[in-house]
Design a protein around this ligand. Structure first.
Ligand code: IFM
Length: 456
């Protein structure tokens, strides 16, 4: 790919989310979020840390925008905190909360950085959780009301909107496995939550488009190509099940207007649904969910190697004893990114795609001479960008790449133990320390492509 050129309007960016970086959890009228509540329970977060302060971006946002300028990125993906904008989940929005994002968006525009605004990056107001949370259908209207409030204030300056980040994680990790907020272990509630996330995506999209007709609205999904642990029929069947439950359960309703039949049958077999006609899917819902997307956001970190577990259910296993793993225990597997992008284009058509997250947590050494040396993160980003370029060369309409993340931050149930940032953060003082990956990314953005990449 020596002469490889990315599309002229390709957007290079970095991503963050409100709950992970803002802090200021009780300032200026912000309400409690489900993650504030979840993290306060001993044992829910690995190191017992709380997101109340985290990177202090609420106070240090101006200097963080300078970091974005320094990186030379053309896009910044951030999220508005639902609990800051709608502290009790309904009623009038919190004007002071919206002021914060207003200033941020103005500063981004002044720096020629396109804001990519995510509405739900997991921090629902606790008050809404107490009224039923995502398993309740009423939450869909509350989300659309929140989307309308943000769009009324920022829709004249924000063009790119993401409704939800990784609905699978919200539904499954939060409602079936209990490892994310709100910490439920109820697979039936998880399916209802998942459906309402999708339905609310449709309602929020309508709310945004009616207020900002030029808006580009998308949703972000996590992808992880599934490969069988062996050639056995049982493992191959488990791969198909995993794909249905993890990918197609969300992509099919969004892009085809129906839930995948094999996955519906799997849920019935597992006792999570009574029948393949779930009562919570009401007439007209699927049309609302299939509202045309302007783009799809793809978060890629790794592939999943799948074996048949008890009763043939899919179970993620280690690929091979000597595979390189990140600190999350995720295999470093760049070809999976090319595969994921090509598969989406092949199965769902020429929808513009953005890689809305890609990055790696590694243990970083202490800073030396004002820099943190992180060669493994540089290698990870480099190899994945080459994989992305390969997908473009093969015809995938990929329009941008956002590295996860600008800063080390609150990594959900792992607290501050997993560091993904291009900038290290001292969580005691809020100090940011550049890593070599930040220098490398800056150079790559300036060059406009990874040079000397592998052959297509
Ligand atoms: O930090 C998260 C992010 O909030 C959502 N996608 C995965 C990242 C790494 O776990």
């Amino acid at each position: 790919m020596a002469n490889f050129h990315l599309p002229k309007d390709f957007i290079w960016g970095v991503a963050t989310s409100a709950q992970q970086i803002e802090g200021a959890a009780d300032r200026d009228g912000r309400g409690e979020s489900i993650w504030d509540r979840f993290a306060a329970v001993p044992g829910n977060v690995e190191d017992g840390s709380r997101p109340d302060a985290t990177c202090r971006h609420y106070d240090l946002w101006h200097e963080d925008v300078q970091r974005l300028r320094w990186l030379g990125v053309g896009g910044y993906r951030f999220s508005t905190s639902w609990s800051r904008v709608m502290p009790t989940g309904s009623g009038a929005p919190n004007v002071t909360g919206l002021d914060f994002y207003d200033r941020l968006v103005d500063a981004l525009r002044a720096a020629d950085i396109e804001p990519f605004l995510t509405l739900n990056h997991w921090d629902m107001p606790q008050a809404l959780q107490e009224r039923g949370g995502w398993p309740s259908r009423d939450t869909c209207a509350a989300f659309a009301q929140y989307a309308a409030a943000v769009c009324e204030r920022l829709g004249d300056r924000v063009r790119y909107w993401v409704t939800h980040n990784e609905p699978w994680c919200v539904a499954t990790l939060g409602h079936a496995e209990g490892v994310h907020a709100p910490g439920l272990r109820d697979p039936r509630a998880a399916l209802q939550a998942g459906h309402h996330l999708l339905l609310s995506h449709g309602l929020a999209t309508e709310a945004i488009r009616s207020r900002a007709p030029d808006a580009q609205v998308g949703i972000v999904t996590i992808v992880s190509p599934a490969h069988p642990a062996s050639t056995s029929e049982a493992d191959r069947d488990a791969v198909q099940q995993f794909d249905g439950l993890f990918h197609r359960w969300y992509l099919d309703p969004l892009l085809r207007g129906r839930y995948p039949e094999d996955a519906l049958r799997d849920h019935v077999r597992r006792g999570h649904l009574e029948s393949v006609d779930p009562p919570f899917v009401r007439s007209g819902d699927l049309d609302r969910i299939r509202v045309p997307l302007d783009y799809l956001g793809v978060n890629y970190y790794s592939r999943t190697v799948v074996a048949a577990g008890p009763e043939g259910h899919p179970r993620a296993v280690r690929a091979a004893p000597r595979e390189e793993l990140t600190e999350m225990g995720w295999e470093v597997y760049p070809p999976g990114l090319t595969e994921a992008l090509e598969r989406i284009t092949c199965d769902y058509g020429d929808l513009p795609l953005y890689i809305t997250e890609n990055g790696a947590a590694f243990v970083d050494p202490a800073a030396s001479a004002g820099r943190i040396s992180d060669p493994r993160r540089v290698a990870y980003l480099r190899e994945h960008l080459i994989a992305a370029q390969r997908a473009i060369a093969r015809g995938v309409p990929l329009r941008g790449y956002f590295a996860w993340s600008l800063l080390d931050n609150f990594e959900w149930s792992h607290g501050f133990t997993k560091r993904f940032g291009l900038f290290g953060v001292d969580f005691a003082t809020g100090e940011r320390i550049p890593k070599e990956s930040a220098d490398w990314y800056r150079d790559t953005v300036a060059a406009g492509a990874v040079v000397n990449g592998a052959e297509t």
